[in-house]
Design a protein around this ligand. Structure first.
Ligand code: NAD
Ligand code: ZN
Ligand code: ZN
Length: 342
């Protein structure tokens, strides 16, 4: 089968031919329908985050192709999303379905398929346990693949911020790419807050407006953008800022526009540092660094998609084009989410 492999830090991934895997006891073989192309893959490709070579793709959905010995309750052909953060399955957080916060993460060989272990950018993928599968119902697995990260990650961040997102509240969303375009829809589906979408690319801002953002601000000039947002939100400041870039200018922007007793969630892995001085960010501001989401939350995200309240805007490509797709992502030339389709 064809697979897109991470080979070495700083080198382009390679499309190679591999034998299709067979599921061992307790495992499930997935026939991949779609594997989302996440900006985090660029961090994986650029830096030596995991040892060895492995198949990329941590945002996966497809159909069950075969069950390993002892696996019951599922059948061949079932449409499923793969829950991406693979924990130990036994610690307190894993038992509550929040494997994204597994206590044993430091001792695990991989953080998930495509994150140290073989992922979904291939015709087939091994899912190590059926506990990592979530049924997709009638959803198209190609369009549903991004739900498992591009939607789940902002959903987890937004759910924790719901107490702030009351009528009259303002929420700032920075970075309207794969995660951000889902965040806009999730906020519209779940909260009455007024939504100010920010990006450095006017096409992304147009996308945000199309998805229901109330205001858009181009943040290429950070100081001017902060003034523009402050003028919109007034003395109260923004109640919530969600940063899907996490670079220095965006972290700074979030700290400048939130008010007192607010919340900042830094989701993007852009390496920005949040500086603290008295009342900067303003007193009462909570800062969180959410990572991915729980399996239960993935079920909730899938339910929202099934109800037609959210959808991923997907550009699909064959596996062969993976290298070019990563380049387009790097250059900001993907609309919504790219999905590789074997
Ligand atoms: P993406 O490339 O699809 O989107 C990024 C968006 O940010 C683009 O629209 C781009 O124009 C915009 N942008 C870039 N620089 C900007 C700036 N300085 N100011 C404003 N906007 C800017 O990326 P994605 O797949 O949505 O991922 C977003 C970030 O979230 C990445 O850093 C990724 O690694 C991270 N991530 C984190 C988690 C987590 O659990 N914490 C999970 C998934 C992804
Ligand atoms: Zn990701
Ligand atoms: Zn665990």
């Amino acid at each position: 089968m064809k697979a897109v492999r991470y080979v070495q830090a700083g080198r382009s991934p390679e499309v190679v031919d591999l034998p299709a895997p067979t599921p061992g006891p307790g495992q499930v073989l997935l026939r991949v329908a779609g594997a989302g192309v996440c900006h985090s893959d660029l961090h994986v490709i650029d830096h030596a985050l995991f040892p060895g070579s492995f198949t990329l793709g941590h945002e996966n959905a497809g159909h069950i192709a075969a069950l390993g010995e002892g696996v019951t309750g599922w059948k061949e052909g079932d449409a499923v999303a793969v829950y991406g953060p693979w924990g130990c399955g036994r610690c307190h957080h894993c038992q509550t379905s929040a494997e994204n916060y597994c206590e044993a993460h430091a001792s695990l060989p991989a953080m998930g398929g495509g994150l140290g272990a073989d992922g979904g950018m291939a015709e087939y993928m091994i899912v190590p346990s059926p506990r990592l599968l979530v049924p997709l119902g009638k959803l198209d697995p190609v369009k549903a693949a991004p739900l498992s990260d591009a939607a789940l990650t902002p959903y987890h961040a937004i759910k924790a911020a719901l107490p702030w997102l009351v009528p009259g509240a303002d929420v700032v969303v920075v970075g309207i790419g794969g995660l951000g375009h889902m965040a806009v829809q999730l906020l519209k589906a779940l909260t009455p807050a007024r939504l100010i979408a920010c990006d450095i690319d006017d096409a992304k801002l147009a996308h945000a407006r199309q998805l229901g953002a109330d205001h858009t601000v181009n943040t290429r000039d950070g100081k001017r953008a902060a003034e523009e947002i402050r003028a919109l939100v007034g003395a109260r400041g923004a109640d919530v800022a969600l940063d899907f870039v996490g670079a220095q200018p965006t972290v700074d922007l979030c700290a400048r526009v939130v008010g007192r007793a607010s919340r900042i969630a830094v989701v993007g892995l852009g390496g920005g540092v949040l500086h603290y001085a008295a009342n900067q960010p303003p007193y009462g501001c909570e800062v969180s660094v959410p990572y991915w989401g729980s399996r239960t939350e993935l079920m909730e995200v899938i339910a929202l998609a099934e109800a037609g309240r959210i959808h991923a805007d997907v550009e699909s490509f064959p596996l062969d084009e993976a290298v070019g797709v990563y380049q387009r992502l790097r250059e900001g030339r993907i609309h919504g989410r790219a999905v590789l389709v074997p």
